[in-house]
Design a protein around this ligand. Sequence first.
Ligand code: NAP
Ligand code: GLV
Length: 325
Amino acid sequence: MKILAYDRVEKPVLDQLKEKHDVLFFKNIDPSSDPEFLNALSEAEGIIGLALPVNQELLEKAPNLKIVSNVSVGYNNLDIPELTKRNIMATNTPGILTDTVADMAFGLILATARRIPELDYFVKSGQWTQSLTEEHYGVDVHHKKLGIIGMGRIGNAISQRAHFGFHMDILYHSRTRKLDAEEKYDATYKSLDDLLRESDFVCLITPLTKETEGMIGRREFQLMKDSAIFINASRGKTVVEQDLIDALKNNEIRAAGLDVFEQEPVEPDNELLIMKNVVTLPHIGSSSHETELKMSELAAENLEAGLSGRKPPNLLNPQVWEKLE
Ligand code: NAP
Ligand code: GLV
């Protein structure tokens, strides 16, 4: 079968796919204009990859497509209604990356609170020449209030670390109550505004959807404590980035830890990059060696199932399967 693979599929998985299929791999190209990509798209029966924008425009050029297999849990790059209309299956990779992303989010909590990158630079650049003053102090993480927006798989895994490891009080906001998390982590459901008002750390980990786009902006930063630390591990566009910059400049919050940005890769002149109280990562939440491999393997399993007439384990649009059955 003809498969179009788009950055990122791990090499062992790509090699296995190549043994069985006619696979073309693309990286660092413009998918709207690269002639080789467009040619491969016109013949492709399956697509596997990360963050390829699969929309009406792309689908018009892919008449033979049966399945799009995302190598990520988030699927805001896929136009699901358009795929469903065309009877094309869409899949993602939930679950296997949950702990890895939670570790990273917790890393951002610790790094911002204890100013780890800033003080690492302080030591390495030879500025540690005399005894320290309160100017260099951070704030505690343990026993503080952590507000999780989006109590799904990753939100739960962050809560587990916070509750059992750091004795934090968990507040959460989701579309629905999570009685399981309330029982396991002693988590308390809050309206969004109450969560923002009460939390010492606000951690955003929802999917990017029409409802969550720009959900944290000027009003929300103003509701947060001046001492609050804001962590975004979801998608850049869930936050109005200019409002975050303003909130940091105006000392409306203490610090931010960011794995995601409105524009990725981030523009070099983005003001967030020169703020000492902002810790940045290059959208690397799930990118440990182990988890990247597992994600590629699961995405390949989804792809193989869809291409061979079996129901993919992580089908996002079951309506297509019902029609095929
Ligand atoms: P999940 O299990 O589906 O959890 C998402 C949670 O967000 C659900 O609890 C959902 O609430 C909640 N939610 C959705 N819309 C909401 C809204 N409008 N207001 C409040 N809560 C809302 O997904 P997951 O596996 O935890 O992943 C979550 C997201 O993390 C992904 O979609 C992706 O964008 C991001 N992510 C980022 C990285 C990274 O590298 N930084 C890696 C993996 C994932 P209900 O259950 O009540 O519907
Ligand atoms: C990564 O960002 C994912 O959604 O898996």
